[in-house]
Design a protein around this ligand. Structure first.
Ligand code: SF4
Ligand code: SF4
Length: 222
């Protein structure tokens, strides 16, 4: 999922301050799961904003609405009447959702309320970890399902740096050494031979390094 974190209230207040009516628009998928922008977070933020503006002697009208996904026009469309009633939208979606909204409503400012952070998993309640950098050329089959590009601080492809201690990364001891995990996993799978062949430097052309990417599915285009 896309993992993000709601911006601090003080920053959100500054962002919406130029506007009289703001629609806080939640997204019911990734950001809901990471407690950044689902229906509940929309309600809490709306109350906090109203109270904060009243406390400062100012005023703002805040409307609340949540769609299932802000990155798909089919769902974005449901917010059109609420968007029309307001002079700005504070989107609690990821950066893709904010941009999809801005594309759809060209005369309404669409403002970000969330800092989009990474592609990750919910490891345990309250803990989200980064697992994938979206490199466009997945090699998890070689590495036993552990991504060295994302989880090794030095992005090493041919074995560990030798600096790990007790399975922890020397760069950040709060983090597991990715190569410790890769070796444990390959050993459990009986696939240690995967590490015998030299792995050449990764070709980053399929990644964001060569600019924004597109995925075209001819079988689904109209
Ligand atoms: S190899 Fe690439 S696509 Fe696969 S998990 Fe790592 S960054 Fe993501
Ligand atoms: S300690 Fe492990 S995860 Fe950290 S940089 Fe070295 S090999 Fe990579």
């Amino acid at each position: 999922m896309i993992v993000g974190e709601q911006k601090p209230l003080a920053e959100i207040k500054e962002i919406v301050a130029p506007y009289r009516k703001v629609l806080i628009l939640g997204c019911g998928t990734c950001v809901k799961t990471c407690f950044a922008g689902g229906e509940d977070e929309v309600a809490v933020l709306a109350s906090a904003l109203r109270l904060s503006f009243i406390k400062d002697g100012g005023s703002i009208e805040v409307e609340e609405f949540t769609v299932e996904r802000q990155c798909e026009d089919e769902f974005i469309q449901e917010s059109a009447p609420a968007v029309a009633r307001n002079d700005s939208v504070l989107s609690l979606a990821c950066g893709a959702g904010v941009q999809a909204m801005a594309r759809r409503f060209i005369t309404t400012p669409v403002l970000p309320g969330v800092n989009t952070t990474f592609i990750g998993v919910l490891e345990k309640p309250g803990l989200f970890t980064e697992e994938c950098s979206g490199c466009g050329d997945c090699m998890l089959a070689t590495f036993g399902g552990v991504c060295p590009f994302t989880r090794c601080a030095k992005k090493l492809l041919n074995g560990p740096c030798g600096g790990s201690r007790n399975g922890r990364c020397e760069v950040n001891p709060d983090t597991d050494c990715a190569w410790h995990l890769i070796i444990e996993r390959l050993r459990a799978l009986g696939q240690m031979d995967n590490l015998k062949a030299y792995i050449p430097p990764k070709n980053w052309c399929a990644s964001i390094a060569s600019g924004p990417r597109k995925l075209i599915r001819e079988d689904h285009t109209l």
